[in-house]
Design a protein around this ligand. Sequence first.
Ligand code: 5GP
Length: 191
Amino acid sequence: MMLLEEWIRKYGTVKDGDVLKVDSFLNHQMDVSLFDKMAKEWKRLFAGSEINKILTIEASGIGIACIAALEFGCPAVFAKKNKTRNIAGEVYSAKVKSFTHGTTYDVIVSRDFLGPDDKLLIIDDFLANGAALEGLLDIAAQAGAEVTGAGIAIEKVFQHGGDRIRSRGVRVESLARIKAFGPDGSIEFMH
Ligand code: 5GP
């Protein structure tokens, strides 16, 4: 998606540890008009596919997931980072290793909001090593929900999470795919 690439080139900055900062339009301040165009692009890509729920992970996925939900005409559910003790039986849960913080945390979704009738589009801001997406796939599997596909804003292709998840047969559509970061902070896209 050319517009997203343009925004990344204009406003993105590359930090140590292969982290791309896009706080001015995606991760802190949110360019909702850009989100709307991203949602329309996912809608075009997944046209004809059955989707009745969007699943994402807090916090950065929530904004884009809401706009996508509006476009698909369905609810959005986010996996919560669990801070309280798990109440066995009431939630689906998965462990996720955070790329940006290096720690492992639990995410949970209430059994009330996911089940075997659901056909999910998983939405997230970044795909790096794939841990966040794998956690959400794990939760979907526990719920017996079908995963129609995943819509990602920015995939860092060189971290290979996307390869691993696609090799499991999951359709992953990333709107901007980054091949490499240059030593000067430049960003090389893959088309
Ligand atoms: P993964 O689990 O695929 O390794 O990483 C995905 C998660 O880590 C995303 O939900 C995102 O919040 C965060 N993340 C991974 N790489 C980046 C990055 O380069 N920049 C930002 N801002 N977040 C990232």
